[in-house]
Design a binder for this molecule. Structure first.
Ligand SMILES: [Zn+2]
Length: 395
């Protein structure tokens, strides 16, 4: 049992940088699960790591059904010039630009679920040979639309694939994986000599919410990605923090020379770079630690009969509700997303901003602190209401 050692470089981890105040943690799917979030920083490779909560296995089992029902193709990535760009489409365009695929090359989406990104890549470069692998057979119906049966695998990759694949793709998977040694070795074994490993993981340095989500146990830095790749016989060709919002897009090549160097600890970042990352992680931990304290102070300064609401039915709003001494005081959540309005959170309705009940006195704003004040400033219906507002403040 390798408890509290670094997932990337196996160094022992010291005391946590951050520990959540309560015995409850929030996941990316906005579910509250039992257990305290503990976040550690590795001073050897610059990796930031969250301890796995015992309840994570059950969480994954339950979320499974939800993921199968939802359509990943509909996840909005960004609105550009008034037109929606969906996540899978952006991921496909980015991968195609970076990989310069040629007809005849085999491209394996590893742990792919419905593989919506690979499907778009095949549509753009019809000659490539798509391959799919996932631990469950639930997605075979989706794969059959564009992947030959002999290029599909369930449970484990097919034995005869070893050493043959030109490109392995992985979208938002490694942040969930405790055993990175096993995962990287498995990918490396599938690739032909000189084959490419292309992956995307979240960048906590660009989205502070990633610091506290309970199911992201790995929070990579460019340095820890480089260390991980070197250790497993890959040469990093590109670690890009700009191609995808709040993410690292990584292109790596299987390289036997890199493998030899890994024995001598090659790929570890210089101490100064690690110290700078540590400082930023300490500040993020302080932000979240102060956030819970400030939320409770605001709550205490508005005792009953003051009536409370929370703006934001996403991660930040959930964090605020979970931090309150008495979450039951929240009468409703406010959100501009029409798909959320009419639903419930914490057994309370989610309403549009202009539907905020007139009796509400104070609103705690659960939005990314970088944009929260400007978003609230644009809510015309609230301008003359004299609401007491609480904002999370950036450090
Ligand atoms: Zn490490």
């Amino acid at each position: 049992m390798k408890k509290d050692s670094c997932n990337v470089c196996s160094s022992p981890l010291g005391t946590p940088l951050y520990e959540s105040a309560d015995n409850a943690s929030i996941t990316t799917m906005n579910k509250v699960i039992e257990g305290r979030t503990r976040v550690f920083f590795c001073d050897r490779c610059g990796h930031l790591q969250t301890s796995e909560l015992p309840d994570l296995a059950r969480y994954y089992a339950e979320e499974y059904a939800i993921n199968l029902a939802s359509d990943e193709d509909d996840q909005l990535y960004k609105v550009v010039d008034g037109k929606p760009v969906y996540r899978a489409a952006h991921q496909a365009a980015t991968a195609l630009a970076k990989l310069a695929l040629r007809p005849g090359q085999t491209v394996l989406d590893y742990g792919c679920a419905k593989a919506p990104t690979l499907k778009r890549m095949v549509a753009a470069v019809p000659g490539i040979v798509p391959m799919t692998f996932d631990v469950t057979d639930k997605y075979v119906g989706f794969w059959d639309a564009f992947v030959a049966r002999q290029n599909q695998a369930v449970g484990a990759p097919a034995a005869h694939w070893r050493g043959t694949v030109d490109v392995v793709l992985s979208f938002y998977a490694l942040e969930h994986v405790a055993d990175l040694q096993e995962a990287l070795a498995a990918v490396r074994a599938l690739l032909r000599p000189g084959g490419m490993f292309y992956f995307i993981v979240p960048n906590v340095y660009a989205n502070i919410a990633d610091f506290v989500v309970a199911d992201h146990i790995n929070h990579f830095s460019a340095a820890s990605i480089g260390a991980m790749l070197a250790r497993h016989g890959f040469r990093a060709e590109s670690i890009d923090d700009a191609a995808h919002d709040a993410a690292f897009v990584v292109v790596a090549r299987q390289d036997d020379a890199a493998s030899a160097g890994a024995e001598a600890g090659a790929g570890l970042p210089p101490g100064g770079e690690v110290a700078a990352s540590r400082q930023r992680c300490v500040e993020m931990g302080r932000f979240w630690g102060n956030a819970a304290t400030a939320i409770r102070a605001f709550e205490a300064s508005h005792p009953e009969p003051a009536r409370l609401a929370i703006y934001g039915a996403g991660f930040y709003g959930n964090f605020i509700a979970s931090s309150l001494a008495r979450p039951a005081r929240v009468e409703c959540f406010v959100d501009q997303n029409r798909h959320l309005q009419g639903r419930q959170m914490f057994d309370r309705p989610i309403v549009a901003p202009d539907q905020l009940p007139p009796a509400i006195d104070a609103v705690l704003v659960g939005l990314n602190p970088r944009v929260a004040r400007s978003i609230i400033g644009e809510v015309t219906a609230w301008r003359n209401r004299g609401l007491d507002l609480f904002f999370l403040e950036a450090t």
